[in-house]
Design a protein around this ligand. Structure first.
Ligand code: URA
Length: 432
């Protein structure tokens, strides 16, 4: 088989066979198909799409590119949560210790930043010493010992997603239903879970911008889940403006620690609690959202979720003292306040713009080999619905390169104002 012929076949709108998908993936992983050929194939898939069979075969290839974890001789309920990607989306990091404290085992295989969105792994790696590349045996031990652990795709587990995810990040090839389905479901199926809750983000800062496309992705994710005998529940959540108050790696971890201390941003709380409620219901631990809320608040108030988070950091090589001493993260050399030029109610904060602006200050990658600047980022003081007076501070930018002024301007322009008070809207847009 010739890889170029297969790229042309997909480009021209034809269906690839199981054998052809197998050939393309395995030869890519063996180094016989180059990154530029894979990038061309990914772009063809973005533009043409794949039908259900192709998506299923692709997911299978991703899973079979590595090992599949099995948790044996245990009565634990293995349920994970995954997000389709957003700006300021730190939900996994606060949710996992709470879920573990409530009795769910969460074996989480996550990703780095993708396109304009941040990645759970990059955020966690901003903790000095924290390791996301650990052996599968150790990963299993950690999940059983502390209730949750977070690792990266590796040569051992979903290596196909590890390589292709990194390519998609820098080649504009994220927004595809079959590629997102294979990437998300392969990681989750390989991690040995029984069930999965998906936070399907919709809006200008998400990869999926409208509800019609969101429903198609939800159908694809849930049909693939069913093929592999996994329960899948999906929440559609709004990603028009950044989630929480911080965007950028170490700043987001600090926000997570504050959340686990009970200092919640309301939007982050709403999304996190709704996803946790679905996990607890799926695990059979509680029956409804009211019970979930009580249990979650109690778990946070007791301090046990924070303790579990600190233990998790320590077990994965990081410094657990970060929960009480934020100076361990280090600080960006420069900061700039972003000042409002008009007054009014904040109508919108274009989170896609904020996401790309953060990449300009090094909080994400432009090319495969870029190193992340963990301390750069943005702290928002004004969010959608807030009233802002002229010359008030909208937010503060932290950075280490020479792009501060330009990025601050970009952030300022991402704010949209109006004169009328805004009706508060739920971040939860629906369920599937
Ligand atoms: N998250 C993933 O793991 N993969 C995608 O393709 C998008 C979000």
């Amino acid at each position: 088989m010739n890889p170029t012929e297969l790229i042309i076949k997909k480009r021209d709108g034809k269906k690839l066979s199981k054998v052809e998908i197998h050939f393309f993936l395995t030869e890519y992983l063996r180094g016989n198909i180059s990154d530029y050929q894979m990038s061309a194939m990914l772009m063809a898939i973005i533009l043409i799409g794949m039908d259900f069979d192709e998506t299923y075969w692709l997911t299978q290839e991703y899973i079979e590119s590595g090992k599949v974890i099995k948790f044996e001789n245990t009565n634990s309920r293995f349920i994970d949560k995954h997000s389709t990607g957003g700006v300021g989306d730190k939900v996994s990091i606060v949710l996992a210790p709470i879920a573990a404290e409530c009795g769910i085992s969460v074996p989480m295989i996550s990703g780095k930043g993708l396109g304009h969105t941040g990645g759970t792994l990059d955020k966690l790696e901003s903790i000095p010493g924290f390791q996301t590349q650990i052996s599968l045996n150790r990963f299993k031990e950690l999940v059983l010992q502390n209730g949750f652990a977070v690792i990266s795709q590796s040569e051992e587990i979903v290596p196909a997603d590890r390589r292709i995810y990194a390519l998609r990040d820098v080649t504009g090839t994220v927004e595809s239903i079959p590629l997102m389905t294979a990437s998300i479901m392969s990681k989750k199926i390989a991690s040995g879970i029984d069930g999965l809750i998906i936070d399907l983000k919709v809006g200008n800062g998400a990869f999926i911008r409208d509800m019609d496309t969101a429903k198609k992705l939800a159908e694809s994710l849930s049909k693939i889940g069913a093929k592999f005998d996994k329960k899948v529940k999906i929440l559609f959540t709004n990603m028009d403006s950044p989630l929480g108050t911080c965007v950028g790696n170490s700043l987001e971890i600090i926000e997570c620690i504050e959340f686990l201390k009970g200092n919640y941003d309301e939007d982050l709380k709403e999304v996190t609690f709704a996803l946790l409620a679905e996990m607890l219901i799926m695990a059979g631990i509680i029956e409804n959202n009211n019970q979930a809320e009580k249990m979650i608040i109690q778990t946070i108030k007791s301090g046990k979720a924070l303790q579990r988070f600190a233990k998790f950091v320590e077990l994965q090589g990081g410094n657990p003292d970060i929960v009480n001493n934020y100076s361990i993260f280090g600080e960006a050399k420069y900061s700039l306040s972003i000042i409002a030029e008009t007054e009014g109610y904040v109508k919108d904060i274009n989170s896609r713009e904020i996401g790309w602006a953060m990449i300009d200050v090094g909080a994400g990658r432009k090319v495969l080999t870029d190193k992340i600047d963990y301390t750069s980022g943005l702290k928002l003081s004004k969010k959608v619905g807030d009233y802002v007076k002229k010359d008030e501070v909208l937010g503060k930018l932290f950075y280490n390169n020479g792009k501060g002024e330009m990025v601050a301007e970009r952030i300022k322009k991402s704010y949209l104002f109006c004169t009328e008070q805004i009706q508060e809207k739920s971040k939860i847009l629906g369920r599937y």
